[in-house]
Ligand binder design. Sequence first.
Ligand SMILES: Nc1ncnc2c1ncn2[C@@H]1O[C@H](COP(=O)(O)OP(=O)(O)OP(=O)(O)O)[C@@H](O)[C@H]1O
Ligand SMILES: [Mg+2]
Length: 345
Amino acid sequence: MNEKQIREALQTVLHPKLKKSLIDIGMIRDLSIKDDVVKLTLALRSDRSPLKELFIREIEKVVDTLPDISSVQIEFTTLNREEIERLFPKPVLKGIEKVKYFLAVASGKGGVGKTTIAVNVALALVKQGYKVGLLDADVYGPSVPVMLDISEPLNQKDEMIIPKEKYGLRIMSLGMTVGQNEAFIWRGPLVSKAINQLLGQVNWGELDYLVIDLPPGTGDPSITIAQSIPHCSILMITTPQEVALADVRRAIGLFNKIGQPIVGLVENMSYFICSNCTEAIEIFGHGGGVRLSQETGVPLLGTIPIDLDLRQGGDNGVPIMVSAANSLTGLIFQTIAQEISNKIQ
Ligand SMILES: Nc1ncnc2c1ncn2[C@@H]1O[C@H](COP(=O)(O)OP(=O)(O)OP(=O)(O)O)[C@@H](O)[C@H]1O
Ligand SMILES: [Mg+2]
């Protein structure tokens, strides 16, 4: 018997859910014959796949029927993320059907400027001519409504929620559905349901980018959200001091582990230029973002100064990308947005 004949015989081993032969979908691979022994690799979705035993039995059954072959030796491997997505595509949620790219803004720690950056990067993408949505998925403290001064209730059409429009952005926040003070009810197992609702029941329409403000840290919520969105790129935010970097390092490790692509790193509160001086003061230390970038291979897309106008813009609902897009900080956001679109597209 030659390899071709054995491959043909093994065509009858099917994946029970996909109803396709394991040979055709590449789950049986690297087939060879040595003397009277067939060798092959079985690629499974995970090490602990419940179908493993079934597949082994089926393969052995077929091999038993082959003349001149005494046994089969099976090696095991797991499918990579790309193969899993191709073979077992997740159904696309209705609300995000027409969204081209997803960018989730994440951090290791709270309070590093994640929401400020999500808002201003989203606005910088609008300035570049893209259609952009902003989803505030911070289950612990949705603050986008404050930063963009949105308080009117949401509207619905055809059983779908319509995002709010402001400054050319389409905006939706957990804070708009439950009010800031009640946000705690989304903790725990409700998180993934709530997020799926935001993605599935909000009519985002046609968008180039949906920017998502994730909860701080790498707890369940961030991971659940990042994983429930197909092809979601991560933008990591850090501040320069070593304690913040340690958390971001861990976060990057975790996203790498689950195969979530990280588009880049932004260092916030990098330096301060007071109004009476020309020199930048590096309040939180120097070069943290650069070091982290070299260490992890995640590109550093920009460093943002401590800027009074940026903070005020966040407090009064008029972000710096609206009030002063061509200020030093505004231009930095434009560069970061440009880098992001170059990398994602
Ligand atoms: N570069 C900066 N210069 C001045 N103030 C800033 C800067 N970045 C953020 N801030 C201010 O710091 C505070 C925290 O920022 P922000 O809310 O964006 O952080 P966050 O990471 O989203 O926090 P949380 O973890 O609570 O969601 C805000 O008042 C914001 O205006
Ligand atoms: Mg925030």
